[in-house]
Unconditional design. Structure first.
Length: 371
């Protein structure tokens, strides 16, 4: 069965996500605003869920059409072959969003979509009522400028939930964004990575998983694993391939520093669960005591800022300290994320590269410095 898939991603990471999916061997990959589309079968669905570091989830794109009225929405949704995916006892909740469209009431659109799916399945299964006690098939709709996208979520919990972060500090960075920062910093199996403000350790853990080529979804489960339409061995095969691809002989190492001992304890536990504890050393150390190491070093960090833990004045003082400590030297690179438009001025020099991204709903920039 050839399907079209949609991989929503953080705005600003579409290119990185598309390149990854191409590298995984997926077909007809194309990046769009906030998402990447590709094509494949159920085995590709399993591979994308288990192996993607940057996608937020994997959805099946079932239909796209224009609708300005509830009748048009109903008919467009009813035309989808829902019986290919949803069994007689399966659950099929509906959620969605509307933006700049004639249809702007999300609750009303939810009711119409649900009604259309029930109508279609009632005809196919000769049932007037569905108990919905089986596997969950989350239906999602997105209506933007009267264009409707109808999707079926295959992931369940978002793909940023790798399974290793049982605990975190007060304001952690999303795992998908931390992984993207490691990719932008070009982390390789022989790198030495440092996060001088590591919090619960997400950045160094994602860097270590990337270096060791540990698939981010290797130790978690996905909604589509319970679907009767998905071959029983699809996820099993994808997991076995991912396990075989893990690198064992690497020289990668990482260090994470923080002034919060509780955060460091959490980071150590998270690294243990992620399977990279042997590659990372955590230590109580203030940023003001940071000194670049001898030789090559890749520094990646998400400093606290105005809306995250510190006052704006404290955050700006921290940026000045970073500018003093992150010295320009051959073999050193620095990758920093911040929402502060004055970061470069406070840091003391212009970045060699910048990229706009969103950390949750907060617009940020990733600043990179290197020789």
């Amino acid at each position: 069965m050839n399907l079209t898939f949609c991989a929503p991603c953080i705005f600003g990471l579409e290119g990185i996500c598309a390149n990854e999916l191409k590298f995984l061997g997926l077909k007809n990959v194309r990046a769009e605003n906030g998402r990447v589309l590709f094509e494949g079968d159920f085995y590709d669905l399993a591979k994308a869920n288990i192996c993607s570091r940057y996608a937020e989830r994997i959805q099946i794109l079932l239909a796209e059409f224009r609708a300005k009225t509830f009748d048009e929405l109903f008919e467009g949704v009813r035309a989808v072959e829902w019986e290919r995916f949803i069994g007689m006892s399966d659950a099929f909740p509906v959620k969605g969003s509307c933006l700049s469209s004639a249809l702007m009431s999300v609750p009303d659109c939810q009711k119409i979509v649900k009604k259309a799916v029930v109508s279609r399945l009632s005809d196919r299964y000769m049932l007037s009522w569905f108990e919905e006690t089986g596997a969950v098939h989350q239906i999602q709709f997105l209506i933007i400028k009267d264009k409707v996208s109808v999707l079926l979520d295959t992931s369940g919990a978002g793909l940023h939930k790798r399974g290793y972060r049982a605990e975190s500090n007060e304001a952690p960075i999303k795992e998908t964004l931390a992984a993207a920062m490691a990719e932008l910093a070009r982390v390789r199996p022989n790198h030495f990575v440092t996060d001088p403000m590591c919090g619960s350790g997400t950045i160094v853990i994602e860097a270590a998983m990337k270096a060791k080529n540990i698939a981010p979804g290797l130790n978690r489960y996905f909604a589509a694993e319970r679907w009767s339409c998905v071959p029983a061995d699809a996820f099993e095969q994808a997991r076995e391939e991912a396990k075989a691809a893990v690198r064992q002989d690497i020289s990668f190492r990482a260090e994470g520093y923080d002034i919060d001992d509780a955060a460091l304890e959490t980071a150590a536990r998270n690294a243990e669960i992620a399977g990279v504890a042997d590659l990372i050393r955590f230590e109580h150390r203030d940023l003001r005591d940071f000194k670049p190491a001898e030789g090559y070093q890749t520094v990646i960090t998400n400093p606290p800022y105005g809306e995250r833990l510190l006052s704006i004045e404290e955050a700006e003082s921290l940026y000045r300290v970073m500018g003093e400590r992150f010295i320009r030297e051959k073999g050193k690179s620095y990758t920093v994320i911040s929402p502060d438009d004055d970061f470069e001025k406070l840091f003391g020099r212009r970045a060699d590269k910048r990229r706009k991204v969103y950390n949750g709903t907060l617009k940020c920039q990733i600043y990179q410095y290197f020789l």
